[in-house]
Design a protein around this ligand. Structure first.
Ligand code: GLN
Length: 459
């Protein structure tokens, strides 16, 4: 209990948790004791995990880090969280994130930014006075809490990099499985054709164990994959003999931080040492991925977020004597933050009658070309290795006034999202300032095993 209160105090300093649920974790610990005595231990018996506050949890406030859902207490449990509880895990609390999972730094949260436990080793003044860094986003509460050892593992969601980029920024591991592996049921929707849940943890092995207990067919999600969940942990192996790793030439960006390229080269050497053959591949439409993502994701978001009308969920602003339209306007003006409003405006614009073909249809065609690039590349390789993000963690406030600079940080993450492919980030190196950098492994659809095994060879 003492250790737990110390953890909670630490969590408060980082602002990683929106709500703490020690009773939930304690109940799981007690159940684990009983299971142990009875010889019926489950795969996650008693393991206390953090839950990104995008997963609906029965009886526990679920906000998506928005004012819109402040005070919203679901009367149902998301499929993924239910599976984790069924496997014996308990919940330490609901973790902070970018509002409605829109962002790359956790700075769009209504509940304030999360602070990364990392600091630059830049020869500057003492640790406390050095600039606070972003934990990445949108799963920034999850990444900060794990990196600070406040919890051994957490859930994340990844629409365009939100598991991988925060994992890279904080020196932990995280995997976004193939689209459809984890049920979306009960997860607050951002962009439904891209949204995918996955685990974040300290090791590849922990990710494999968690994913096995999160994935699986769910008739309540129309895009759920009706496929058996393999025993990924049992088949973990860092022996890559007979495997071919593709290095996408288009991901070598001019002017990128040399530490990123050096980490990439070191990763290539590690995979060769593990027995893999390394070949150069081409993903020719890579440069169109980011613009296509920032049309498709806001388009779907604008549609998904139409449900927040002041009637059905959370916030209701009903000015004295106001009519229905006034209530919609007041509630939405008050409930959504600036980044969410920006996405809704972009989304409604690209879906509007006059612009639909020029933007939305075009972006969908580009998405198909990007998927085909990957299919062609996987004709000559088993997995792809690339950096997770083009930089190490940046300072809080550094990019908040320039949305495009913030979007650019997703450049390496969004292609795999658009193609629905499994992709993982593993910690690979420290840069000159002592900050962690992550390498990304992208696999063929359904080949989480190949991704995890390559990750294991790097970790
Ligand atoms: N940073 C990306 C965005 O802002 C990805 C977010 C996510 O994956 N949820 O849309």
């Amino acid at each position: 209990a003492e250790a737990f209160s110390a953890n909670v105090a630490g969590a408060k300093a980082l602002n990683a948790f929106i709500v703490e649920t020690p009773d939930h974790a304690l109940a799981a610990a007690k159940a684990a004791d009983a299971d142990r005595a009875a010889g019926t231990l489950k795969p996650l018996s008693g393991v206390p995990i953090g839950m990104k506050d995008l997963f609906c949890t029965n009886g526990v406030q679920t906000t998506a880090a928005s004012h819109m859902l402040e005070g919203f207490v679901p009367r149902y449990e998301s499929t993924v969280s239910q599976k984790l509880w069924d496997a014996g895990a308990g919940m330490l609390g609901k973790l902070n994130l970018d509002q409605f999972a829109m962002g790359s730094s956790n700075e769009t949260s209504y509940f304030g930014n999360v602070i990364s436990p990392w600091k630059r080793n830049d020869g500057g003044p003492n640790l406390k006075e050095r600039a606070a860094l972003a934990p990445g986003g949108s799963s920034g509460g999850s990444s900060a809490a794990i990196a600070a050892r406040l919890c051994p593992a957490a859930t994340g969601t990844d629409t365009g990099g939100s598991i991988r980029q925060p994992a890279a920024f904080t020196g932990i591991s995280g995997i976004k499985p193939t689209y459809g592996r984890c049920s979306r049921w009960g997860i607050v929707a951002f962009a439904s054709s891209l949204d995918q849940a996955g685990p974040m943890a300290r090791t590849v092995q922990d990710c494999a164990i968690l994913l096995e207990n999160m994935a699986g067919f769910d008739p309540k999600d129309a895009t759920s994959l009706d496929m058996a969940v393999p025993n990924w942990e049992a088949a973990l192996s860092s022996d890559l003999a007979g495997k071919t790793v593709g290095i996408p030439r288009e991901y070598r960006l001019k002017g990128i931080d040399p530490d990123i390229d050096a980490m990439w080269d070191a990763g290539i050497a590690m995979l060769k040492d593990a027995g893999a053959e390394v070949v150069e591949i081409s993903l020719p439409h890579t440069k169109y991925a980011l613009p296509a993502y920032y049309i498709i994701a806001p388009a779907e978001a604008s549609s998904n977020l139409a449900r927040y009308d002041g009637v059905r969920y959370g916030l209701r602003d009903l000015p004295q004597g106001a009519g229905l339209q006034d209530m919609y306007a007041a509630t939405r003006a008050d409930g959504f933050g600036p980044e969410v409003k920006r996405r809704i405006m972009i989304g409604t614009y690209v879906l509007s009658a006059g612009f639909y073909d020029a933007y939305y249809t075009q972006a969908q065609k580009v998405r198909t070309l990007i998927s085909r690039d990957f299919t062609a590349a996987f004709g000559t390789c088993d997995v792809i290795l690339a950096p997770t993000a083009p930089s190490a963690a940046f300072g809080l406030g550094e990019k908040t006034s320039d949305p495009l600079a913030m979007y650019l940080n997703d450049v390496f993450a969004v292609p795999a999202s658009l193609a629905g492919l499994p992709a993982m980030s593993v910690p690979a190196a420290l840069n000159r300032e002592g900050l962690p950098l992550g390498l990304q492994i992208i696999g063929k659809a359904f080949d989480e095993q190949g991704v995890l095994n390559a990750g294991l060879a790097i970790e």
